[in-house]
Design a binder for this molecule. Structure first.
Ligand code: ZN
Length: 276
């Protein structure tokens, strides 16, 4: 599904009236190559999981100290808002609210990589075989992306006698979800957060625009409807694979480690070289 009214935002000092997509054709590489060049202004971002979904390039620039400081204060409870704030500031080319949530991790990694082009990130892990502590040097080349499906999530689906149209979740939908949760605050105990998220991806039911409330009620009305919707949407999962194969420094066992956004990911601790 393409965003048909994708904004032709001009980036930087571009006053040529040329739209971004014409100026920078969208590339769709499988293996992600994040630039190692030091950039000082916005450049087009390659390798986004949603490929050419936006019909325009997204642009990013290195983060400044205040932004990094904010990111280094990331906690599980503020993570989503913090990342959204940073993306609002540092990513351009597409309206902030239209950015797909499944692209967010990739964009955050891209910003970090282009802020510290030379600096990898050491991920500590414990080997499950010999229990020794190892370190894995995470590099942006290791990012593995599950790309968006070539099928259109918005193709109509007949489910238990109703016609559904689905969409991918956007940052705008996250705002919609927050407002919905606020509006049902008193009875929030009746609502399940994950089902609300799924409801936000139902765009239409029988040709009618679906509110979160309407979609939610439909989802919980029948186990058949719920499981068919889940199965359908699972076929459209995409984004950054958050685990990497790592090798134990001691015994060589290959296992997986996850990348976490810890404070030192955004403000690396530089160690002095050992005195010789
Ligand atoms: Zn080991």
């Amino acid at each position: 599904m393409q965003i048909k009214d994708a904004p032709s935002v001009s980036v930087q000092s571009s006053s040529t009236g040329v739209t971004i997509s014409e100026k920078h054709p969208v590339k769709t590489p499988q293996k992600v190559e994040i630039s190692k060049e030091v950039i000082s202004e916005s450049v087009a971002i390659d390798g986004i999981p949603s490929k050419n979904y936006y019909g325009a390039d997204l642009y990013g620039r290195p983060l400044n100290v205040l932004e990094l400081k904010k990111l280094s204060g990331i906690t599980p409870s503020n993570a989503n808002n913090t990342i959204n704030d940073i993306l609002r500031l540092a990513i351009s080319g597409v309206e902030h609210d239209k950015i797909l949530t499944n692209d967010k991790i990739y964009l955050t990694l891209w910003l970090r990589a282009n802020t510290y082009p030379q600096s990898g990130y050491s991920v500590p892990f414990e080997c499950p075989l010999c229990q020794s502590e190892s370190n894995y040097d995470f590099k942006t080349d290791d990012i593995v992306v599950n790309e968006i499906s070539d099928k259109d999530v918005g193709d109509i689906q007949e489910i238990e006698g109703d016609i559904y149209r689905f969409k991918y979740m956007t940052i705008g939908d996250e705002t919609r979800i927050s407002k919905f949760k606020d509006s049902v605050k008193k009875s929030m105990a009746r609502y399940d957060s994950e089902i609300i998220n799924i409801a936000a991806q139902i765009e239409e039911i029988n040709g009618q625009k679906a509110t979160i409330m309407l979609a939610y009620d439909k989802l919980i009305s029948s186990p058949q409807i719920f499981s068919r919707v889940i199965s359908y949407l699972n076929g459209f999962d995409f984004g950054v694979k958050e685990t990497f194969n790592v090798t134990c420094n001691k015994c060589g066992e290959i296992t997986t480690a996850g990348l976490s956004f810890r404070p030192d990911f955004f403000i690396p601790v530089y160690r002095h070289a050992d005195a010789t």
